[in-house]
Design a protein around this ligand. Structure first.
Ligand code: GAL
Length: 466
């Protein structure tokens, strides 16, 4: 009797061992419920994808998504050698990337076309008006090549202007003691535009320090990847940047502040955020006004992400390690349909490598890698991010799921002559890499960056009401 009572004792979950609802039934019901939940969320996401694709069927979007192939011929091996030497050791065939990295390559002009083909928005460019030509020189309204490398763009609703901030590198390139090509710090440039094509030089908004050798901004140091956001609460424009010494051992972030988008910015301080090394970095301002810092750390083996303080002038103690062990840098973060995305590069200095897209439901992670976003060109274009490295992803207000992917085609032989590779980035469709633990259902939309020799924003885009 006592025994039976014991068996019928109810568990903490309220499950009665003697009732008809057995443990396997309960487990199967739970599995069924979870599957249903997963189905529902997948369907919901598919609906959104279809909705996006519907809008993307507009001809101007289709133009952006045309897949353009490139067939660049690799020149035969060069150098005069005696026929005997050639027989002994045939010269190794070069790859397209060798050609890209060789400043004396006979196909140099393919990657770095000369000034004659420069994009000059002040001239009558006829049919080429408003077209981006990735890799060509791009002139400002004074006819000078734009100097805004490793940069980012802020839209300022108060002045209804876009501001493009970047590294002003118009100085001689030389080799630092550890062998890295560099240009002394000159400062952070700012260019303004209403249409994202014609850019006016607003000058250097944060200048190098000439005399004080102990200053972070002393010209002998490194200032890279500046990004600016506006703080509604303080009414200040806040700039974050990578601050380093010439050999990249300081590994810090710097902060500067201004009352105006066009500066001048006052330098506030530098630090290692959360007590960690910080090299390539970016900042991201979310819709709710919260801003975040993302930086490569631990010898660039992982990224760290953490919210900024309310005034955007510092980090808070909160930080999450993401993409651990993946060795990614050059982070560029953006948001679409309540999902966060990030494009990163591998770590090969100025040499190009493969971009990857990552996605997360919560900005603090977990982040998952969804694959290489590059489409078109050729296999080598895909493996080298079109011979460039990402720096920023700019949302195109009024155009669904559409962004501009901004990248730098670095020229380590003459860094000032590095080029800009801007291409359309579109979110939509299922991801092309199956993810683990998702029962084979794609969890994220595909992120696609389409190669174009020339392309432009849909006509009338700049008139779209924001
Ligand atoms: C890259 C980095 C650039 C610059 C360069 C120096 O990996 O993304 O911003 O630091 O290295 O070699």
């Amino acid at each position: 009797m006592r025994m039976r009572n014991k068996q019928r004792k109810t568990t903490i979950l309220g499950w009665n061992a003697g009732s008809r609802c057995s443990m396997p039934t309960l487990i199967w019901s739970l599995v069924g419920f979870l599957l249903l939940l997963h189905f529902y969320s997948t369907l919901h996401k598919t609906d959104k994808v279809e909705e996006t694709q519907l809008q993307m069927s507009h001809p101007s979007f289709q133009e952006l998504q045309v897949v353009e192939e490139e067939n660049i011929q690799i020149p035969p091996p060069r150098g005069r050698r005696s026929p005997r030497a050639a027989k002994r050791r045939p010269k190794k065939k070069t790859t397209l990337i060798d050609e890209f990295l060789d400043e004396n390559s006979p196909i140099r002009h393919v990657f770095f076309p000369d000034r004659r083909s420069a994009v000059d928005p002040t001239k009558d460019t006829g049919n080429d008006s408003s077209y981006y030509f990735p890799g060509r020189m791009w002139l400002d309204t004074e006819g000078n090549p734009i100097q805004a490398h490793g940069g980012g763009i802020m839209y300022d609703p108060r002045s209804r202007m876009y501001y493009w901030y970047g590294e002003y590198k118009d100085g001689p390139t030389f080799i630092a003691p550890k062998g890295i090509a560099r240009v002394d710090i000159i400062g952070v440039s700012c260019y303004s535009s209403k249409n994202l094509w014609t850019w006016r030089n607003e000058g250097i908004v944060l200048a190098a320090e000439e005399a004080n050798e102990t200053h972070d901004l002393h010209k002998s140091n490194v200032l890279e990847r500046p990004k600016v956001i506006y703080n509604e609460k303080t009414g200040k424009y806040v700039m974050w940047m990578h601050i380093d010494d010439a050999n990249y051992t300081k590994a810090a972030v710097g902060v500067a502040i201004s009352d105006y988008p066009t500066g001048p910015f006052d330098y506030v301080f530098s630090k290692q955020p959360h007590g960690f090394e910080s090299r390539d970095m970016t900042i991201f301002k979310d819709d709710d006004g919260m801003a975040y810092l993302v930086y490569s750390s631990e010898d660039n083996s992982e990224l760290h992400i953490g919210p900024l303080t309310e005034d955007y002038l510092d980090v808070t103690p909160v930080m999450k390690k993401i993409l651990v062990g993946q060795h990614r840098e050059a982070p560029a973060l953006f948001k679409h349909d309540e999902t966060y995305y990030m494009i990163t590069s591998g770590c090969t200095g100025w040499a190009p490598n493969e971009a990857l897209a990552h996605a997360a439901e919560s900005i603090m992670g977990p982040w998952e890698t969804v694959g290489n976003p590059c489409i078109g060109g050729s296999k080598m274009f895909k493996l080298t991010t079109f011979f460039a490295q990402g720096t920023f992803v700019l949302p195109l207000a009024g155009l669904p799921a559409s962004f501009i992917f901004m990248a730098d085609r670095w020229n380590p032989a003459d860094l000032r002559d590095s080029r800009y590779v801007w291409l359309p980035l579109i979110v939509g469709g299922p991801a092309d890499w199956p993810l683990e633990y998702n029962f084979g259902f794609p969890s994220w939309s595909r992120v696609s960056i389409y190669w174009h020799r020339k392309w432009r924003l849909p006509s009338g885009w700049s008139d779209i009401k924001r």
